[in-house]
Design a protein around this ligand. Structure first.
Ligand SMILES: Cc1cc2nc3c(=O)[nH]c(=O)nc-3n(C[C@H](O)[C@H](O)[C@H](O)COP(=O)(O)OP(=O)(O)OC[C@H]3O[C@@H](n4cnc5c(N)ncnc54)[C@H](O)[C@@H]3O)c2cc1C
Length: 308
């Protein structure tokens, strides 16, 4: 049962922000591609124009909040998330294109932005077309694939800092490296992203997107819920190959399984819990370390109550 403080906060939020959606005790499994996660006390899908005021209200009420994009790199605790989850992937995704520049709200899906770039005859974002996240999540993670990374195409990133002031960053100042950004250390809420691309041939751009899509379909277990690559690539190795060579292809704990199709992915095969996935990740790391002396570190972000 939601406590009185959160009941009254949810009411206040719903009354004050009519263009945003406010949900209580909302199962996070409905907001993650892993389809795992207990309830958020409150989940809000904010209209872009409401974001700053919502954050001010949460600060006044001294309520913890967590920002998510499309939930495609998240493992959420079975005990859910304390406080307010601000989910940007639904209502804060406007984009506009002018010349070779795309200005987008952080909740825009990479697939939408990549397709819009293709329609406008702009090349450089094809690599991102099949990554199922938002631009904000992609900046936070410095998402990348097929030889490209989001840092390669960024012109600027607008972040709401701890005082909820907008700060425009040159991407060079965000320490963007392999699945890392300075936002992981300094915090902050990405609200807007400016991308600079290069004019190219529309048909070639669309063909590249299609080629990447086909590669993903043939190599990745897209018919099962997952959060993509579970572990980061250890220097000099591939996580999937180490896991395979350790004999863990298809290894299961409860409903979670090392994908038979791609050992770098843990899939939710049958109503897996976060506990199943965490145990499986621990087992995989232990086995790989015992065999090859290499530790695997999670690429997925593990969040929520009682996660230590
Ligand atoms: C099938 C599949 C394939 C994938 N393939 C790839 C791939 O090829 N390459 C790759 O890099 N990733 C891949 N991923 C992982 C994932 O899609 C990326 O990490 C993506 O960038 C996450 O974006 P998101 O919006 O879903 O973020 P979320 O998963 O919602 O959040 C991830 C982190 O970003 C933070 N965050 C989100 N939005 C913001 C914001 N606006 N401001 C500040 N912080 C924010 C969250 O707090 C969280 O810590 C894949 C995932 C799946 C399921």
């Amino acid at each position: 049962m939601l406590n009185e403080k959160y009941m009254s906060l949810a009411k206040k939020l719903a009354e004050a922000f009519l263009n945003s959606t406010v949900l209580t005790e909302e199962p996070m499994k409905a907001h993650t591609t892993f389809r795992i996660g207990g309830p958020a006390d409150i989940l809000i899908e904010p209209a872009y124009c409401d974001i700053t005021a919502i954050l001010h209200l949460l600060k006044e009420e001294d309520v913890p909040f967590t920002v998510i994009g499309n939930g495609s790199n998240l493992l959420v605790s079975d005990d859910g998330i304390e406080g307010v989850v601000i989910a940007l992937g639904k209502k804060s995704g406007e984009i506009s294109i002018s010349g070779d520049t795309i200005v987008a709200e952080a909740g825009a899906l990479l697939s939408t932005v990549a397709n819009a770039a293709a329609d406008a005859g702009l090349t450089g974002l094809e690599f991102a077309s099949g990554i199922p996240g938002t631009l904000g999540g992609a900046v936070y993670m410095n998402a990348g694939a097929y030889g490209g990374e989001i840092k390669d195409v960024l012109e600027s990133v607008t972040v709401l800092n701890a005082d909820f002031e907008k700060q425009v960053y040159n991407p060079k100042d965000l320490d963007l490296s392999y699945r890392h950004s300075a936002l992981m250390e300094i915090g902050g809420f990405v609200t807007d992203v400016v991308i600079k691309l290069t004019p190219g041939d529309k048909d070639e751009i669309k063909a590249k997107i299609e080629e990447i899509r086909n590669q993903r379909v043939s190599k990745q277990p897209l018919n099962f819920p997952s959060a993509g690559s579970t572990f980061k690539r250890p220097e000099g190795y591939f996580a999937g190959k180490l896991i395979d060579d350790a004999g863990l292809r298809g290894y299961s704990v409860g409903g979670a399984q090392v994908s038979e199709k791609h050992c770098g992915f843990v899939i939710n095969k049958d109503n897996a819990t976060a506990k199943d996935v965490l145990q499986l990740m621990q087992d995989v790391d232990d086995n790989v370390y015992n065999k090859f002396g290499v530790h695997l570190t999670p690429e997925v972000r593990i969040i929520g109550r009682n996660i230590n």
